[in-house]
Write a protein that binds this ligand. Structure first.
Ligand code: SF4
Length: 226
């Protein structure tokens, strides 16, 4: 792993899913073979949606050339919920290296509204999310902690309690997943994230194989079988 590696919700999520997978991707620098073609297609479509959304919030509502009906449908859902001229930051990036926590995140959208700040993450998942599950999700912890920790730098008038996060599911806009934040959660997240990062640092390349249902579609099965 490079000296200047910044942990992210992706890499920490992969470590939680399977430490061995983390090793393959982030230490050995290899990518999995045989990723499910359907999954690959969905990932590409999701990426294209994020590009269109960023352009939309930057005043470039120019998706007339898009032929993909699903993408157009998602853009219509997005427009319905958020107008293009809201006070926001799109694809907003924060990096920090302090208290042994070297972390980065790129937020889909940060909305400033009524003296509050809301992180919005777009999800193009096929199944609806559950609030409890998402509250405990590593992405929620990373995103809220990192914004909370760097709040004064970017939004000096805001307090930790002013932060919230919404998972905006383009296929289920009515299924609202809205999470509030506070100092207590912030301290807890700091401990949790610090502990995971410590665990990775102290593993010394002895990452264990976590055989579970994720093996089936992970793309590294042949490496692990060896
Ligand atoms: S095949 Fe299983 S054990 Fe191996 S990296 Fe993938 S999830 Fe981990």
């Amino acid at each position: 792993m490079k000296e200047n590696f910044y942990y992210s919700q992706n890499s920490l999520g992969i470590f939680k899913r399977c430490p061995k997978m983390f090793e393959y991707i982030y230490i050995d620098g290899i990518s999995g073979k045989g990723i499910d073609p359907e999954l690959k297609k969905n990932i590409e479509r999701g990426t294209n949606f994020h590009i269109l959304a960023e352009r939309y919030f930057n005043g470039m509502k120019d998706f007339f050339y898009i032929k993909d009906d699903q993408l157009l449908e998602w853009m219509a859902v997005l427009e319905e919920k958020y107008s293009e001229d809201i006070d926001c930051r799109s694809e907003f990036e924060i990096r920090q290296d302090k208290d042994e926590i070297r972390l980065m995140a790129k937020y889909d959208l940060v909305v400033i509204e009524n003296d509050k700040i809301k992180i919005v993450d777009f999800k193009t998942n096929k199944n609806p999310y559950n609030l409890k599950v998402m509250e405990d999700n590593i992405q929620t912890k990373v995103y809220m902690y990192l914004l909370g920790e760097n709040l004064k730098k970017f939004f000096p008038k805001m307090k930790i309690e002013d932060i919230s996060m919404e998972y905006f599911q383009l296929n289920y806009p009515e299924n609202e997943i809205f999470i509030k934040y506070n100092e207590k959660k912030h301290e807890k997240n700091k401990k949790i994230l610090g502990k995971i990062i410590d665990e990775i640092k102290n593993n010394n390349k002895n990452f264990f194989i976590k055989n579970n249902e994720t093996c089936e579609k992970c793309g590294f099965e042949s490496f692990c079988q060896k």
